[in-house]
Every structure is written in C-alpha cells, then in structure tokens.
Design a protein around this ligand. Sequence first.
Ligand SMILES: Cc1cc2nc3c(=O)[nH]c(=O)nc-3n(C[C@H](O)[C@H](O)[C@H](O)COP(=O)(O)OP(=O)(O)OC[C@H]3O[C@@H](n4cnc5c(N)ncnc54)[C@H](O)[C@@H]3O)c2cc1C
Length: 390
Amino acid sequence: MKNFDVVIVGGGVVGSASAYYLKKHGFAGSIAIIEQDTTWQSGCTARSAGGIRQQFSTPENIKLSLFGLNVVRNLKQEFGADADVGFKEQGYLILATESGLPILEENQIVQLAEGADNVILEGDELSARFPWLISEGLAGGCFGLSGEGWMDPYLMMSMFRKAAIASGVTLIDGTVAGVSRSGNRITGVTLASGETLGCGTLVNAAGAGAGALAAMAGINLPVGPRKRYVYVLDCPAATEALHKAPLTVQPNGVWFRPEGRTFICGLSPEEHEEPTVFDWEVDHGFFEDRVWPGLAERIPLFEAVKVISSWTGHYDYNAVDQNAIIGRHPDVTNLIFANGFSGHGFQQGPGTGNAVSELIMHDGYRTIDLTCFSYERLAANRPLFEKNII
Ligand SMILES: Cc1cc2nc3c(=O)[nH]c(=O)nc-3n(C[C@H](O)[C@H](O)[C@H](O)COP(=O)(O)OP(=O)(O)OC[C@H]3O[C@@H](n4cnc5c(N)ncnc54)[C@H](O)[C@@H]3O)c2cc1C
C-alpha cells in the first residue's frame, strides 16, 4: 500500500492551492491529490463565473477575497512571466431598493474597514455612471472601484495544480470510494479501482462531493450540490458602455457581466425552485420565465437578446449557513475540511489553500484567522450567515 503524509481529495482550485501552498511553505512530506475527473470539466471551478469581490458581510470572507486578489496582482512573480488569468477589473455593482440600502451601507462599513475600495452611488449618480441602467426605484448601489472583477477560473486553478505537481505533488487519477478510520483517526482511502492509499492527514476538497466524502468516514457534513445555470447572451444593441459594465446584481437577484463581446447572466433559484436532479441539463424555461424578465427590467438593452450558449454548474452548497467550512474535525483531527463555499469558493480558493497548509504545518492559522468557519459552529448551532450570497 502506498502512503502519503497528506492526501487531498479534489483537484479543483481549493485542493490544488492547498497542495501548492504546502510545497511553497516548505512542507517536506509527501502529498497526493486524488481527482476523479482530470479533464476538470465537471468540477465547480471550471464552471464558475470567475468573479472576485470584496462585497461580503463577513470580515473573513473579505480577507479571503483580498488574499486571492493579491495572488492575481502578483501573478507573474508567483507563477512566472507567462502567467495570465485575464483579470478584468471592472468591479461589482450590487443594487438595492429602499429596503436594501441600509444593509448595503452596513456591509460597506465592514468592507472599507477590511481595505476594500468601493463607493455607494445613489439615484442619479447610478444612471450618470451607468447610462444603460434605469435607476428609478433604486435607492443605491455599491460599486467596486478597484480590486473586483473576474478572470478565467480554469487558468487560475491549472496554475496552482501545475506548480504543485512541478514541486513534487503526486496527482492520482481516481475516485475515492471509501475512507478508512481507526477510532478517531483517518487511516487511508480506497479508490474505485480497489487500490488503497494510507494517509497521515486527509483534506476534503471535494467541492459538491464533500458531503458524500465525509459520509464515507461516518461524518455528517451538510454540503452537497445545487444546480446553477449560466446563460451566454448575444445582445446586438449593446453599447460600449454596457460592454464595460461591472458584474451587476439587481435587487431581484439577477446578475450579468460582459464576457468578451457577449454577456453571461444567471439567478439563484428560490428554495422551492431548486432542481432536485443533479445532471448537466440547462433549464431554458428558467431563463425565459425568471432570468430574462428580471434582467431587462432595469436594462432595456437586454430586451432583445439571443441565448447563444449556456452551461450548468454544481455549487458546493452548505445547507446550514451558506458559508465555508474550514478546519479540522473536532474529534477526527487528521481530517481537514475546505468545503461549502456556496458560490464564492473560486476567489476563496487561494486563501483557503494557504490556510490548509498552515493548519497542517503549524496546527493553527498564521495569515488569516479562519476560526469562525470551523466545523464546531455547526454542531454548536452557531450559524454564520453571509448576507451577500449571489
Ligand atoms: C455557475 C457557477 C458560478 C460561480 N461563480 C463564482 C464566482 O463568480 N466567484 C467565486 O468565487 N465562486 C464562484 N462559484 C463557486 C466556485 O466555483 C466554487 O465554490 C469553487 O470552485 C469550489 O472549488 P473546489 O476546488 O472546492 O471545488 P471543485 O472545483 O468542484 O473541485 C472539487 C473536485 O473534487 C473532485 N471530487 C469530488 N469527489 C471526489 C471523489 N470522491 N474522488 C475524487 N475526486 C473527487 C471533483 O471531481 C472536483 O474536480 C461559482 C460556481 C458555479 C457553479
């Protein structure tokens, strides 16, 4: 039986960054990433919108996003002169009606205190800055002046993975089908092929499969898939100003952003609308009935659009409080969670990977204290709700 000091299940952005930072910080032990889909097409990372924002309500979420931003800003120093993730620093614009404005303002205080660079624009200021937007009925919007935007998530994830492999991490193409435990220690994993691997520490970075992986160790983790659709739009009437738009979130929840000469958009369904079958089909009725009307409500240029492509992704959804679960299991201490990001895990991948490396090497956080994301909060019924889930 092969043995690794650290086995990371899942080679998305979180698992790859965990392996990368372990090596970067000088971890001398052996590390394996086990990934069931080495085309990376079904994982959440490649299917994400690649957005990064500091517009959160939880300070630790802002810190994690800023860690990711710092990686983007220093990409070439970190990964070499050719490194590029196509960062489009066009900001986020989160809009609010009268009832939502106090929350936006409350959140902004937290964001500015953490070093975010954003501004609240009111009424006419909104339409002056974004002429494609009908601001009537809007009380304001929080706009990221710098540090927010989007990039190619596949490139970002691949950079971490390739750098980790180049520094000695082993990538194993396989599906973890079983986890073995001896009392309160994880001893190894069994692959679907029947092969078994021993491990010193097991990192759960299995994305939407995290709950299923934890269950293999007899542990309850409330993380599972939630289907989300992204629609790609051609909008012949789009102006240059619309092509330069920030990622905009309307009070009705519909979001859009430019993508090259097209646009992408989506909406998180309400609880009663959540699909229960986790396939890769796109619901085009959802676009017709919910997304399109919601999109065109304040942006008339979107009245004439054509859906030219679309995709489905499976969110790694934490059903308790839609926030990440990061840290050791309180009893099974050689099991580390890096799960449940609920739609904002791409930008948090680098910071989480760094945190996982610190837990393994120092048994505590050195860069960002992420204790608030611990598994214990779930057992203690202390949910940590993030107000800005998109
Ligand atoms: C449509 C959509 C839009 C999004 N937009 C954004 C955004 O704009 N900004 C943002 O920050 N986040 C966004 N997200 C969320 C983000 O993509 C995820 O939170 C993040 O990618 C999670 O990374 P991960 O590495 O944990 O998961 P993944 O990338 O899913 O990686 C987990 C990997 O584990 C593997 N795996 C699972 N189980 C097993 C097993 N038993 N054995 C072996 N391998 C296994 C999977 O194959 C997968 O590759 C979006 C998500 C979706 C679906």
